[in-house]
Design a protein around this ligand. Sequence first.
Ligand SMILES: NC(=O)c1ccc[n+]([C@@H]2O[C@H](COP(=O)([O-])OP(=O)(O)OC[C@H]3O[C@@H](n4cnc5c(N)ncnc54)[C@H](OP(=O)(O)O)[C@@H]3O)[C@@H](O)[C@H]2O)c1
Length: 330
Amino acid sequence: MLPHRVLGVHGPEVSALGLGCMGMSDLYGPADRIESIATIHAALDAGVTLLDTGDFYGMGHNELLIREALRERDQVTISVKFGALRDPDGGWSGYDGRPEAVRNFLAYSLRRLGVDHVDIYRPARLDPNVPIEDTVGAIADMVRAGHVRHIGLSEVGAETIRRAHAVHPIADVQLEYSLLSRGIEDEILPTCRELGIGVTAYGVLSRGLLSGHWSPGRDVAHGDFRGISPRFQGENLDHNLRLVEALRGIAEDRGATVAQVAIAWVAARGEDIVPLVGARRRDRLAEALGALDVTLSEEDLAAIERVVPAGAAAGDRYAAPMMADLDSER
Ligand SMILES: NC(=O)c1ccc[n+]([C@@H]2O[C@H](COP(=O)([O-])OP(=O)(O)OC[C@H]3O[C@@H](n4cnc5c(N)ncnc54)[C@H](OP(=O)(O)O)[C@@H]3O)[C@@H](O)[C@H]2O)c1
């Protein structure tokens, strides 16, 4: 079975690779429901024990999909993000981290998932109008009531992490981390390490850009995040794909794929980091799982850093309005 890692001092033990289910319901254009469920089943069969979702991924669709996939399956660790506000057209209208909202979001998630507790519950973003102590305090009440096992955070900066952790032990912080997104290395990652908090790294393939499967001619469906992501546009994309081609040379020399090297690089950054991959097809999942068999030597890591040094990506990781929501970027 797969190797395991523990999410921080206070968190659960999970497989060394988690499956992010977002793209099965939202944000990457149409997904195939049958294939999505087959992908979750294949992940569980392979030994993946961490599934990541958000109540706003497809406005509840993702949680219902996971419920269907998990029917009669062994329990896995389910990580749920909450707080993002949507509208009927799929738009985004801010974040709600008020204590009464926490209880309301959780009640709906428990019902949709068909469970009596959520394993890791986290606000998707910091609500700028609510002190993090209030949001985390409300989740801590839910821990005491037995509705939540562990508390996580997402895309928050060092100060917010410290304030939250002072209220209740934080298991992990979910952060974008990849060869193309290394902003957490200066302050956020050291803070997590100092406090004994794990990191679940998302976007390890930079939303598919770093997968080796992206091409400039690819059709991007309406509503696909990559249609507005700065890194996927024009000259930025050309530049970023040149980095991918340089990485492909290194990967092929090691008998691996670009995606596998990108995932293995994140996994090699520390035992306290668990990469989440957003596979929504079984073939992509199989490729991603293959990363756990790729061991990168010091020479390999140095070669990778030479072709994709920190800060090499062209373009921000989110479009400007979404960047403004990131406490981790302040
Ligand atoms: N906390 C947060 O703010 C936050 C934000 C975003 C995501 N997340 C979580 O992190 C998870 C992963 O993030 P992500 O999906 O954005 O990033 P990702 O894993 O970097 O990108 C996933 C996309 O890459 C493409 N891909 C190509 N080859 C692949 C392979 N071998 N394995 C997996 N994917 C491959 C797929 O696109 P195609 O299927 O289109 O080819 C897939 O949808 C999400 O599902 C979500 O649970 C959290």
